[in-house]
Write a protein that binds this ligand. Sequence first.
Ligand code: ZN
Length: 512
Amino acid sequence: MNTLFTVSVRRISHVCTLKPYKETKWLMPYGNPTGIYVYNCVANQRVPVILSDPHIATWYSCGPTVYDSAHIGHASCYVKLDIIQRILKSFFNVNLVTAMGITDIDDKIIKRGLETNTHFTNIAKQYESEFWLDMNSLNIEKPLIITRVSEQIDCIASFVKKLIDSELAYVSKTGSVYFDTSKFPSYGKLSRMQDEGEPSDEEKKNKMDFAVWKGHKPGEPYWDVPWGSGRPGWHIECSAMVSKVFGSQLDFHAGGIDLRFPHHENEEAQSCAYHNSRQWANYWIHVGHLQVKGDTKMSKSLKNTISIPELLKTYSADTFRMACLTSNYRYSMEYTDAAMENAEEVLNKFKFFLKDAIVYINNNTATHPCQYKDSILKELQKVQDGNIEALKTDFDTATCINNMLNLISSTNKIIKNDSSGYYPVTVTLIVEYITGVLTKFGLKLQDGSQENIFSDMLIDTLVEFRHTVRLNALSKKDKELLNACDIVRDKMKSIKVQINDSNKTPSWVLIK
Ligand SMILES: [Zn+2]
């Protein structure tokens, strides 16, 4: 591994109106090296992960703007981030303090509220709770700290005020506040984009200036602040919320690759300005897009989205996670039936191996076990070392999966060949290792099909509804309604679902 850290300047060719950023510089933090190397967009190469406390790290992920249902593009981003977080925790013993900001005040939420004649806070609450259900169905661990813009207005306003007071931001004639990028020489260090040309908006002093506060417009929610009234801009919320929770610096800052510019560029600029520091987030983790039909990004505006419940009707959460594990988190991942079937096939190879191995270990007919198969144990050690090395190299899970597929293929040669001897101890060690790694990656490895989960949820809903109706009928002595409840109970029993009415909370069991 290249341990020499040198900074290189990347040429950009895709943006002709902006000139390349000249002074790319990532500052190596002081502290304890973890041995992990992660790609950093400021350095444009892998850099060593160094933590001030060897076993504690802070992590902030930009959360969703809750104006609509999440789709599998969001799913791939958050599953991949979940995998990286689990790796840091389970393979490198890092106590990760995770936080996520929810954007619950935004143009799109306000627009949706107006369209549906619903208060925007109700729109946000509805889609936020749906988001957590979706994340749970994908076995994504919930962040330890959740912040919402609506609950942090004071903190955001005082952040903006400090920028105005230190003349790093200015108030426009409409009451909006813009960050003055000309006062911040490092602007562009993440994306290598820099000011060039005249600003397109007459409110702005410089082309790259961005709104940290939006002046009040009629019909929109607003808050009174010393310089007028209005609401927070999008970028400022993450900076203010992170600073409130983690102080003047954080270790990991994560999100989709589309957030690198302008969102993260702006977050870094205003946070460095606010804290008077040269580097705010030490490690930027950017996840590649999920693409459909070749190189098309999945997005709401392109109307090519698939919801997470829709995905789970066809493929299990484990299959989707395996697709994420076998692709590099930084690059785009293709969502096609062929790609998903391939992931399912890889997952099944592991599942079948684990089943076959358990049968082999519990073989009653075998006598004279040979405890150790040296060649396989050597291969196991090689895979263990190789996997740690791969994970240290920018969380290369695809190599780990490949290493383990090779290991099961060697082990299968013993399991499926009676004449090679009986090695229960060796095979148990392999089973233990593979199950451990896959579980640490967040795979559940259960057979519970989505149909079963769905029907359980359906029965839960029906039983709870009947329970409420029945309690109501009992209190009003409504015989007709009680009779209807009994009919539901008997019908459910005829399809092998027995409802228990004797408890305060309703319960049910499947009967034979
Ligand atoms: Zn953010």
